[in-house]
Design a protein around this ligand. Structure first.
Ligand code: DP6
Length: 400
């Protein structure tokens, strides 16, 4: 362990998660407490991850942060809330007598650098991976142990679900102080090895209405959202947990699609209305339903967050045929060989019957690329020194 004098450098990675029962709406804006529980699947970090380095040193005069290589305002309220929370937990630990091994003063300032290996704010839950990684890395650097839901949640609600691998629920809790609003693993990473995830990137641009403002408007104006939170989600949480535990793909697929659709219905019920889906998203929805109808059962499921990109769930034995159906419906323009990224998917023939069942005029270029991935583990600590994004001087290392 480092002496009291030398800087401590820690680098961690954290995953993206995709909700199958959506979080939309807060009952406390400051503490980021939700109006309903939610449930997500953690995606594999081989394909999508945030990497964060934190350094604390007695020589630093202020907290500083770099995101994707650019220095950002550390005074941003959510960032401040995370820093305050982690220091509070570290202080609590120290005063409880567990902190004798803490190497450095809590008064020391921190430098943080974070990079995503995917486009920020493209509807790919980058803030969830980002804040989960921040909470996890700060905890290591300040010697905090135990559940970090409270820290991650203060950055972005959905971030608390990225603290665990596999299948994760965020229990809304009841207390006004939020102590019982925590994330918990429902099933581990290797529970359902056949499950596959395809991210269909429709647009890599920043979203029009961010989730925070969007859900605030929905809470203020949508009667449907209130009904959803009170009367629909509790039973869905139970049913989704059962489907996951039983590896019931039919039930999982249906409920995932229904919950995505209801979330987007509450957006339309918001006044003025919000629409995150575009024509390509709606074509993907049609494609999935035609594909499933052709097979006489749910073989694939879609879900959409606050953006037009689709996330598809399917099983190992169906991936190749569904990718072929996407290629057929949305032929790549010039990038035929880079259209499919991530896990390898072998080419598969598309039967004339299936082509006819899809009954869609192809829309070239509408899907930019497909990223194939699977369920993955929670945050990781990286041990090799070369992975640090900041040097011992606390400044970004020049890009290699
Ligand atoms: C549609 O967690 O981004 O992705 O708590 O305001 O930061 P804030 O919102 P955020 O909202 C995510 C909304 C969603 C659904 C979900 O992930 O559950």
């Amino acid at each position: 362990m480092a002496s009291d004098k030398s800087p401590v450098v820690v680098t961690c990675t954290a995953p993206v998660n995709i909700a199958v029962i959506k979080y939309w709406g807060k009952r406390d804006e400051e503490l980021i407490l939700p109006i309903n529980s939610s449930l997500s699947v953690t995606l594999h970090q081989d394909q999508l991850k945030t990497t964060t380095t934190a350094v604390i040193s007695k020589d630093f005069t202020e907290d500083r942060i770099w995101l994707n290589g650019r220095e950002e305002d550390v005074g941003q309220p959510r960032l401040q809330a995370c820093l305050r929370e982690i220091r509070r937990l570290a202080r609590k630990r120290r005063s409880a007598g567990d902190g004798d091994s803490l190497p450095l003063s809590l008064g020391y300032k921190v430098h943080v650098a974070s990079v995503n290996n995917f486009p920020t704010a493209a509807g790919l839950a980058s803030s969830a991976a980002g804040y989960a990684c921040l909470a996890y890395t700060l905890a290591r650097v300040y010697g905090v142990e135990g559940d970090l839901s409270e820290v991650a949640r203060r950055g972005s609600g959905s971030a608390c679900r990225s603290l665990y691998g596999g299948f994760v629920e965020w229990q809304m809790g009841e207390r006004a102080d939020g102590k019982d609003s925590v994330a918990r693993q429902v099933a581990p990473e290797l529970h359902w090895p056949q499950l596959r995830v395809l991210v269909l990137v429709v647009s890599a641009e920043r979203k029009l209405t961010g989730s925070t403002l969007g859900m605030q408007a929905s809470v203020d104006t949508s009667a449907l959202l209130k009904f959803r939170a009170e009367s629909v989600v509790p039973a869905r949480m139970q049913e989704m947990t059962r489907c996951i535990q039983a590896r019931d793909f039919q039930g999982f697929a249906r409920l995932t699609m229904q919950d995505s659709n209801q979330f987007h219905a509450t957006c339309l019920d918001t006044f003025p209305p919000i629409s995150y889906l575009n024509d390509t998203s709606r074509r993907i929805i049609r494609l999935v339903h035609s594909f499933n109808a052709h097979h006489g059962q749910a073989k694939v499921a879609y879900t959409f967050d606050a953006g037009p990109n689709a996330v598809i769930f399917t099983l190992e034995d169906t991936v190749a045929e569904f990718v072929a159906a996407v290629r057929h419906s949305f032929p790549p323009k010039e990038n035929g060989d880079t259209f499919l990224k991530g896990l390898p998917v072998p080419p598969a023939p598309l039967s004339d019957e299936l082509k006819a069942a899809l009954a869609m005029e192809p829309t070239p270029g509408a899907v930019q690329y497909i990223l194939a991935t699977q369920v993955g583990p929670g945050p990781q600590v990286l041990e090799e020194p070369h992975v640090h994004l900041l040097g011992p001087d606390g400044l970004p290392k020049p890009a290699a």
